[in-house]
Ligand binder design. Structure first.
Ligand code: HEC
Ligand code: HEC
Ligand code: HEC
Ligand code: HEC
Ligand code: HEC
Length: 228
């Protein structure tokens, strides 16, 4: 496992070097900022297969996917954290057989818990103030996190995979963005927009009343749906 770590250490350096050479229009190197703890999604969501929503548990219920509180982290990393006073906290794993970097990162987590401080994670995705993006509508329609966020389960540092530009939103709402067959089937069944459209069509009413309806449209493109 120490070997795994040294390989991933190299991968981090390579990713940083690559990010520096990215061309215009591609991901900005600032999109993968250093975080207060080197928390690896590939270790958690990849190797250990922890479901995305174990940590981002409000993604299907709320506008925000949310970031986990320290309590969620120590639930796995500090034995007895539910009952023992935080001051007594110590690391369950990684332990002595670990490389010092690995241990140092995991021990930072214990310090935040002991001090009862929130971890000041650096935010990566953010739409401007005038835009409304409800996670729940998207997740409940059956879209996968990866369609918008990329292969997060393979990332050491999360970077911004999609542009978050208005054109990116509109392309998908108009049905021009290709989805996997499974996602598409789910969206066809669960999108309130598509259901409403089907009702209008089957009642023989003029669909023209729906502003800008495209053939495969899956969500509204009314300005007021996305803008305050
Ligand atoms: C064990 C908890 C945990 C799991 C499981 C997890 N995440 Fe995260 N996620 C975090 C933490 C902590 C952060 C903030 C630090 C960072 O950006 O790495 C984060 C950050 C993110 C961000 C960037 C948020 C921002 O600032 O814009 C995205 C996107 C994300 N996770 C998606 C996913 C997806 C998709 C999965 C499943 C493949 C997943 N996460 C699984 C804990 C988790
Ligand atoms: C569901 C259990 C679980 C949760 C919740 C969890 N972890 Fe982990 N974590 C693990 C496992 C399993 C490993 C890998 C340990 C190993 O390989 O020996 C790990 C490894 C780590 C490591 C060392 C490798 C790396 O990814 O950097 C750090 C640091 C870490 N976790 C921090 C966190 C933080 C911070 C949170 C909360 C945002 C968190 N963990 C939440 C299970 C969990
Ligand atoms: C349709 C595209 C899309 C899907 C699907 C999606 N996200 Fe997001 N995600 C976004 C956008 C856009 C933002 C920025 C939102 C903002 O600024 O309010 C974001 C922000 C985030 C953040 C930062 C914190 C927050 O709450 O805004 C996390 C964490 C996150 N997403 C995780 C996930 C996870 C986990 C899933 C799957 C369960 C998921 N996302 C599904 C587009 C998506
Ligand atoms: C990969 C496809 C996809 C992307 C990308 C996407 N959306 Fe959506 N969006 C959907 C689907 C599917 C629905 C569900 C249809 C519905 O709610 O009627 C939806 C619903 C919505 C809704 C709720 C509509 C309503 O009538 O209440 C809003 C608001 C929204 N999206 C905003 C955005 C914004 C803002 C972005 C870009 C930052 C975005 N979406 C990116 C597919 C997408
Ligand atoms: C599906 C969601 C969605 C819809 C529908 C939508 N927008 Fe946007 N819009 C966005 C997002 C996301 C941004 C911020 C990112 C960007 O500037 O591209 C944005 C940004 C903008 C901006 C600011 C551009 C800038 O350079 O600052 C204007 C103006 C705007 N939209 C007007 C409109 C008008 C007018 C309509 C209706 C014809 C509309 N939008 C429909 C998602 C949407």
């Amino acid at each position: 496992m120490t070997r795994v770590l040294s390989i991933s250490g190299i991968a981090v350096l390579a990713a940083v070097a690559l990010a520096g050479c990215r061309g215009p229009g591609e991901q900005d190197p600032d999109d993968a900022p250093d975080q207060p703890i080197a928390f690896y999604h590939n270790v958690h969501a990849g190797q250990n297969q922890i479901p995305c929503m174990y940590c981002h548990y409000s993604a299907d219920r709320s506008v925000d996917a949310g970031l986990p509180a320290v309590r969620v982290c120590v639930g796995c990393h500090v034995p007895g954290s539910a009952t023992a006073p935080p001051a007594q906290a110590s690391l369950a794993f990684p332990t002595a057989d670990r490389d010092s970097t690995w241990n140092a990162e995991a021990n930072k987590l214990v310090s935040y818990w002991k001090n009862q401080e929130a971890i000041p994670w650096v935010r990566i995705h953010r739409v401007p103030e005038h835009v409304r993006f409800p996670h729940n509508m998207h997740v409940r329609a059956g879209l996968q996190c990866q369609t918008c966020h990329g292969p997060v389960q393979e990332m050491e540092k999360v970077y911004r995979f999609s542009s978050l530009q208005m054109g990116w939103c509109i392309d998908c709402h108009r049905g021009e963005t290709q989805l996997s067959a499974q996602e598409d089937a789910s969206v066809q069944q669960n999108s309130p927009f598509i259901r409403h459209l089907q009702q209008v069509r089957s009642s023989g009413e003029n669909v023209g009343g729906f502003t800008g309806v495209h053939e495969d449209q899956r969500a509204s493109t009314d300005c007021t749906v996305c803008h305050y």
